[in-house]
Design a protein around this ligand. Structure first.
Ligand SMILES: *Cc1c(COP(=O)(O)O)cnc(C)c1O
Length: 383
């Protein structure tokens, strides 16, 4: 007798880090070494990420959010400066501007890449625009080349939020290689993880020095311990996290192959349905997916679907909730529904499915079956 689906008893996580023997080996090496902070693993990790992004300098820090804040500060963005950015992102990409009392000027996105629409930059430009902060969403490149050249022509800085973009490239150029600074993040759901952690990369040694000082309590780069030359923070990354990062960088290709396999299995199981849009790379792009986010037909009630899938043991999640509609952005800036229509339409239709390098083909098949069953029948959620 077939067991009812609820009792199958599998727990499929929405995301899952991929930690192997090499990670255990290197982290253990740190723990046995007595050097738990500011040691050689941090330097190795910085060099590894800088190389992946094709940059000269890497500055490891305690989170992607800390990295964005370091970039904003090092570039001299101050109170009242305006920065063009996207409302379809994780809240940190706009919060890093608020930390400095700069003003985010949101620019709506294009449906294809889900990044800022370069054609809308001119209309959003004001007398105090100083920089642009584009975000690569879900691992897919935004229109970074067009955004970059628009900003360069005006002498603006570019802060590239590549927190979801490690390992992806456009026209052969890695994400993270475009901005004056670019930021990666290593929370456990990202392409590689350090637990908590982030990295700013740049080609400018002066900016890198400033960010190293800022992350280390404003100490001078000569390292004099109790001399502080600027207001700084404790945004350092510890050595256990850095060792985890070094091992994950070594295994990046392997992890990526796993994600590519899972994305292909979803494509196979879910392709060709008119109520479902699957994530695709654009022309000239090579994408290492961070999450697997599908787009539902507008007539499907997404939030009901999330509850129904959860009851059947399949976690899923809307991705993202627009930043401008977050309660404190609404009260700070007076944003309201309708302000950024493409962002809002996309946000209402997205569904992140379970995704990680270690998800089995069998689990992908199960997720697909449950999803199809919940929607694709007369009288169900679909039309
Ligand atoms: C994950 C993420 C961040 C911040 O990362 P944390 O390490 O969690 O601080 C910033 N921007 C985007 C787009 C992200 O996905």
């Amino acid at each position: 007798m077939a067991a009812p689906r609820e009792s199958v008893g599998r727990t499929i996580p929405l995301a899952r880090p991929d930690i192997g023997e090499r990670e255990l080996e290197l982290v253990t090496q740190v723990l046995r070494s007595d050097v738990l902070a500011m040691g050689s693993f941090t330097e190795r990790f910085e060099a590894g990420i800088a190389e992946l992004a094709g940059r000269r300098e890497g500055v490891a820090c305690s989170s992607g959010t800390a990295g964005l804040h370091l970039g904003v500060r090092a570039l001299g963005i101050v109170e009242g400066d305006e920065v063009l950015t996207t409302p379809f992102s994780f809240v940190a990409s706009a919060n890093c501007l608020l930390y400095e009392r700069a003003v985010p000027r949101f620019v709506d996105i294009e449906e294809d890449s889900l990044g800022m629409d370069p054609d809308l930059l001119a209309a959003a430009t004001g007398a105090r625009t100083r920089a642009v902060l584009p975000v690569h969403v879900f691992g897919r490149p935004c229109k970074i080349e067009a955004i970059n050249s628009f900003a360069r022509q005006r002498g603006w800085s570019v802060i590239e939020d590549a927190c979801e973009g490690l390992g992806s490239s456009v026209h052969g150029r890695p994400l993270g290689s475009f901005g004056d600074v670019a930021v990666f993040a290593f929370y456990p759901n990202k392409q590689i993880t350090t637990g908590e952690g982030g990295m700013v990369v740049t080609d400018d040694p002066g900016l890198a020095d400033t960010m190293r000082s800022l992350r280390n309590q404003g100490r001078d780069t000569d390292g004099t311990w109790l001399r502080h030359v600027r207001l700084g923070y404790n945004y350092r990354l510890d050595e256990m996290s850095a060792a985890l990062g070094v091992a994950q960088v070594e295994r990046l290709e392997e992890l990526r192959r796993g994600r590519t396999r899972v994305a292909a299995a979803y494509e196979q199981a879910l392709g060709g349905r008119n109520w479902l849009g699957l994530p695709r790379a654009g022309a000239g792009e090579d994408v290492d997916w961070f999450v697997y986010v599908v787009r539902l037909h507008p007539q499907i009630d997404r939030d009901t679907l999330v509850v129904r899938l959860a009851a059947l043991g399949v976690p899923s999640r809307p991705y993202f909730a627009p930043i401008h509609l977050q309660p404190f952005y609404r009260s700070m800036f007076g944003f309201k529904p309708g302000d950024f229509p493409v962002t809002e339409r996309v946000a209402a239709s997205t569904l992140a499915l379970p995704f990680s390098s270690r998800l089995s083909d069998d689990d992908v098949g199960h997720v697909a079956e449950v999803l199809i069953d919940a929607i694709d029948r007369p009288g169900r959620l679909g039309g």
